[in-house]
Design a protein around this ligand. Structure first.
Ligand code: NAD
Length: 485
């Protein structure tokens, strides 16, 4: 009897301890992995690497003579990718898959136009499984709704396929780890299709940054500001608005953060340390979800603002807004000790005046304090010359004797950047080179969605960004885009 009372007592103490410990954490119940709070920072648990896994930093697969591709998800985005691949040498398109058969079937026209044989069509909710199991496919290219990215990618990787996943590649931190673990376990590439890293401005600016033109970069800005009003009703089965309605946070951060992380050498000498995020209330989102879905609440604030600090002391400022009538913008800004680059809303560069002599002086040789031209963008002519001079080697890479930048313009896809992205993916696979963006990029950039939500839902508390490389973030010195000898 006495023993029973002691056990009950212990149980009560244990329960109180658990409940007491949870008070501070109670709003975090939705985090996809376990967490703790230390010094006011929310820290999500990082699973250890299992013995059968290997680091994928600088991973190379054996060179592939031909890259045999299967596409999954052929709605608004996917068909353009099928068409672009018909303009890349060494490609076979062997699988077309969509939940709706007619969407997959419609893409045969691109193959026909290119004189390529018809591809096998897969359809239905689980049609992707047969495509991933197929012996005649090396690369699975995924442009499904976000909710399916990881499910399809992990299935493909478990069947030995390389995967390229649209953005964001994963929705939660737990899903990010699934991608990392599947790539490391199966020793296959898992890349993120972050096309904005291949925009001409971003590529040239990255090269300028790597050549030291901006000195040491201390701050970067990036965003996804795109009023999606004309598109909401066209997403298959309303997947996108459903996701926005149910999740707050910067759920589409990769266009903004991807090019910033490349310029800051994230997991190539620096790493994202922690972030804080804040959301506005939802007005347009709430109206929209009421009208289209009959829902009384929209979790997604109309604008999300995030600040990130890196281990080496740099900051990144990000915005997400798909609800209000702002001009399209990815912001894209680099602030360095010696210079500055900005893409939206006005694009230009500024360099310290000892690099470009634009400062005026009066007749006594004193600085003319009225002359503000050294506080503005460098003159248009100078920028034009610098832009030519500092083209990224990827922009100059020759395709049939034509520089890739020029070639991409003739094919298109967001001004050519989509083609450069696809071309580089196939080129690196065919030459057995590390890809420009690896699985850790995919995980770091995609994890923003859940990490920002957790910060917002907990009074903008700082949230630590997981180290998806598991300690390898400083093993490589700087980002390299590889070329065959
Ligand atoms: N990088 C960019 O610039 C860019 C631009 C647009 C879209 N995207 C991304 O592309 C992806 C697709 O977006 P979208 O605009 O084409 O959406 P969408 O709704 O037009 O297309 C999604 C397609 O996936 C199909 N699908 C659904 N379930 C499926 C399943 N189980 N198996 C196979 N197919 C299935 C749908 O039928 C639909 O055809 C998203 O991840 C989006 O973020 C990226």
């Amino acid at each position: 009897m006495k023993r029973g009372k002691i056990i009950i007592g212990l149980f009560v103490v244990l329960l109180m301890t658990i409940l007491g410990g949870c008070t501070e954490n109670s709003q975090l119940y939705k985090a996809s992995v376990d967490y703790s709070i230390a010094d006011g920072i929310i820290i999500l648990d990082e699973p250890a690497r299992s013995p059968e896994q290997q680091s994928m930093i600088e991973f190379r697969c054996a060179p592939m003579e031909r890259v045999r591709v299967g596409f999954v998800g052929l709605g608004m985005r996917g068909p353009g990718a099928v068409e672009r691949f018909t303009y890349i040498d060494g490609v076979e398109i062997n699988g077309l898959c969509d939940k709706y058969e007619e969407r997959a079937e419609r893409c045969q026209v691109y193959l026909e136009r290119a004189g390529m044989p018809k591809a096998k069509v897969y359809s239905g909710d689980e049609g992707y499984k047969a495509l991933c199991e197929s012996e005649d496919i090396d690369l699975v290219y995924i442009a499904t709704p976000w909710q399916l990215h990881v499910e399809v990618a992990v299935y493909a990787m478990n069947h030995g396929k390389h995967v390229a996943i649209e953005v964001p590649s994963a929705n939660t931190v737990e899903e990010c780890w699934q991608l990392v673990d599947a790539a490391e376990r199966n020793k296959v590439h898992c890349t993120i299709l972050e096309n904005c890293c291949y925009d001409h401005f971003e590529l040239t600016t990255l090269n300028m940054a790597q050549q030291g033109l901006f000195g040491e970069i201390i701050h970067a800005e990036g965003a996804y500001i795109h009023n999606l009003e004309p598109y909401w009703q066209h997403y298959a089965d309303n997947w996108r608005l459903e996701y926005n309605q149910a999740h707050n946070g910067d759920i589409y951060a990769t266009h903004g953060i991807g090019p910033n992380c490349q310029a800051l050498n994230i997991h190539r000498g620096d790493k994202l340390d922690y972030l804080v995020a804040m959301s506005t209330k939802s007005i347009n989102g709430a109206k929209l979800t009421k009208e289209l879905m009959g829902m009384d609440e929209c979790k997604q604030g109309d604008q999300i603002n995030t600040l990130i600090r890196t281990h080496n002391g740099c900051t990144i400022d990000m915005q997400h807004n798909v609800m209000t009538p702002r001009p399209y913008s990815r912001m894209y800004q680099l602030v360095g000790t010696e210079g500055f680059a900005n893409k939206y809303p006005v694009s230009g560069y500024t360099f310290k005046f000892d690099q470009i002599k634009s400062v005026a002086s009066d007749e006594n040789g004193m600085p003319d304090i009225e002359a503000l031209d050294h506080h503005t963008f460098a003159p248009v002519e100078v920028v034009k010359q610098m832009t030519e001079l500092y083209k990224h080697p990827v922009q100059l890479q020759l395709v049939d004797g034509v520089p890739l930048q020029e070639y991409s313009l003739s094919i298109g896809g967001h001004g050519g950047m989509d083609y450069i992205m696809d071309y580089r993916l196939v080129y690196c696979l065919r030459n057995g080179l590390p890809l420009d963006m690896d699985v850790y990029d995919a995980a770091e950039w995609s994890s923003m969605g859940e990490l920002t939500r957790i910060s917002i839902e907990n009074g903008s508390k700082p949230v630590k960004v997981p180290d998806f490389t598991r300690g390898d973030w400083d093993k490589v010195d700087g980002l390299t885009f590889y070329f065959a000898e």
